[in-house]
Design a protein around this ligand. Structure first.
Ligand code: KIV
Length: 262
């Protein structure tokens, strides 16, 4: 599979669906490489990797560290680095921080949560050669200010607001837009309103592509999953059972056998 670029991704608007998955390390990135179009180093790593409650305490240095690891494992992938909470509150600060990401990692793009209120941030980044993926709808970095993860696009005025946000960030230079946690009719309306590809997560099937968090879709999390997650593997139980098999074989002395012995 040839490595994607901003221009090949743009051409997928309305064509073959785009596929994106998160990764936080070289090992999993190397598995996903050549299977998906893009790898997102999401700040969801704060939960999936670090075991925290939400994304808000992820730092820029942590995002850089994980992006370096992902890029090491997937040198042929289009890698997007999520820009964490509190590091892009004004255009100049965002530019300084995203320059740091681009200087310290080979990431191809950054992702910024926010609608029209973030358009000046996105404009300054794109004017300075930083490719930006937008992120609208349910924005996990708003979980505390909104008192939870709230589904968006439930009525026409909300849908109009989402369209306005998408158009504003497209106009500012975002080349792709993640739409998270919205009613499918809202995602469809936004997708029709912009000329850049939209990537849905919990947004129905009418966006130009989909993104999932790897540890959700491979079943590594315990407990209840959001409705939009499809579990493609029972990762938690498969890994646990394998480790239990190892422990049992060590105890009953069937591991190591002749095969694993010099
Ligand atoms: O952090 C993340 O993994 C994300 C995806 C859910 C889109 O932003």
């Amino acid at each position: 599979m040839k490595k994607q670029t901003v221009s090949t991704l743009l051409k997928r608007k309305g064509n073959e669906k785009l596929t994106v998955i998160t990764a936080y390390d070289a090992l999993f990135a190397s598995i996903f490489e050549d299977v998906v179009d893009c790898i997102l180093v999401g700040d969801s790593l704060n939960m999936s990797f670090a075991g925290k409650e939400d994304t808000l305490s992820a730092t820029l240095d942590q995002m850089i560290y994980h992006t370096q690891a992902v890029c090491n494992g997937a040198k042929n992938s289009f890698v997007i680095c999520d820009i964490p909470f509190g590091t892009y509150y004004e255009p100049k600060v965002a530019l300084e921080n995203c320059i740091k990401v681009f200087q310290q990692t080979p990431a191809d793009a950054v992702k910024i949560e926010g609608g029209k209120e973030k358009s000046e941030v996105i404009r300054l980044l794109t004017q300075n050669s930083i490719a930006v993926v937008g992120h609208i709808g349910l924005m996990p970095q708003n979980v505390r200010s909104e008192g939870g993860y709230k589904i968006k696009g439930k009525d026409q005025s909300d849908i109009n607001r989402l369209i306005e946000d998408a158009k504003a960030i497209e106009d500012a230079g975002a080349f792709m837009i993640v739409i998270e946690g919205v009613k499918p009719e809202a995602a469809q309306a936004v997708t029709n309103a912009v000329s850049v590809p939209t990537i849905g997560i919990g947004a129905g099937g009418d966006t130009d592509g989909q993104v999932l968090v790897w540890s959700d879709m491979l079943g590594f999390l315990q407990g209840s999953y959001p409705k939009f997650v499809k579990k493609y593997l029972d990762g938690h139980n498969i890994v646990k059972q394998s480790v239990q098999n190892y422990v049992e074989e060590v105890k009953n002395k069937t591991f190591p056998s002749q095969n694993e012995t010099y």
